[in-house]
Design a protein around this ligand. Sequence first.
Ligand SMILES: [Zn+2]
Length: 217
Amino acid sequence: MSDVPTYEQQPTRTQLETSLVEQGTYQGRPYAVIADTVFYPEGGGQPSDRGRLNGIAVIDVQKVDGRIYHLLETPLDSGPVILELDWQRRFDHMQQHTAQHLLTAVAADQFGWQTTAFHLGAHVSDIEVDVKSIGKSELRLLEETVAVEVRAARRISARRVSPDEYEQMEVRSRGLPPGHSGDVRLIEIEGIDLNTCGGTHCVSTAEIEAIALLGTE
Ligand SMILES: [Zn+2]
């Protein structure tokens, strides 16, 4: 197995055949560790994927001590493991997550508002920025500025760099996760943003389709 799972190398891939590494029980549920996966484990504000392993529902996907636990409805039989990803759910997460990168970059660079938190929900997502209040006209201006960048169809790419290279670069980051070692994964929105992230992203800002800013509090 490569160190880098398939969900990271090929974020649009929905099917994979692999092998079972280990099974057990975690927090009262059967789990499976498999040799490779197209399932994203919850992290960095992006929820975990759903789908099936050999037709068995995947209820949650979590990183536990650096390994990816697929929490299952029932245990797997021995033999090859066929993965099927719930693409509709994943693509929604990719759009919302990529939208957050874009919104964060525009809010910081054009308005001076730094992002402090993000929550991705099934119907509405929210983003926290360090400003006391945002007026209606400012909110409209932010929405319109972001829309320009969606229409610009800016290319989005992912790459890994060594810790030394990372030190030399101008990267927008809220810091690496505790205990991080080795290569650093960077996500670039061409001309707008370079950020550390382990999530899954659209290939272009156009794939976000639209961002509506519904209100502030
Ligand atoms: Zn990301």
